[in-house]
Design a protein around this ligand. Structure first.
Ligand code: THU
Length: 129
């Protein structure tokens, strides 16, 4: 899939976000190394701590369907600045894509591209166990 198509999928997911509490939508589109695409949005809960981020929604969809090697993810938001993944999502993405690309979008659709290792230096992995 082209990068532009992946971006469009992430942006489209902004409308699926369940955000009655924060009103802060996040959309994600994850491409696996085998070409599988998983999308996600943030899903909030009245018990706030049970909220799941868009990136982890996409990650668990991919892994639970048997796609465990991540190539890249686009993360879309509607804020002025780029929508960066939270710390927990960085670690979850790193587990399945230790060299993956992370493409963060702002509300204009402008992109900032980073490698997961830039976002999560010294990430924890199975080699420590
Ligand atoms: N959120 C994400 O979906 N991804 C992130 O990486 C950062 C935060 C969501 C969680 C919550 O629904 C809202 O943004 C405000 O924190």
């Amino acid at each position: 899939m082209s990068e532009q198509e992946l971006m469009q999928k992430a942006i489209a997911m902004l409308d699926r976000a369940y955000i009655p509490y924060s009103h802060f939508p996040v959309g994600a589109a994850l491409e696996c190394e085998d070409g599988y695409i998983a999308t996600g949005c943030n899903i909030e809960n009245s018990s706030y701590g049970l909220t799941i981020c868009a990136e982890r929604t996409a990650a668990v969809k991919a892994v639970s369907e048997g796609h465990t090697r991540f190539r890249r993810i686009v993360i879309a938001g509607r804020s002025d600045d780029y929508c960066y993944p939270c710390g927990a999502c960085r670690q979850v993405l790193y587990e399945f894509g230790p060299d993956m690309e992370v493409i963060c979008l702002n509300k204009k659709g402008e992109a900032k591209k980073m490698n997961i290792k830039e976002l999560l230096p010294c990430g924890f992995d199975s080699s420590w166990l």
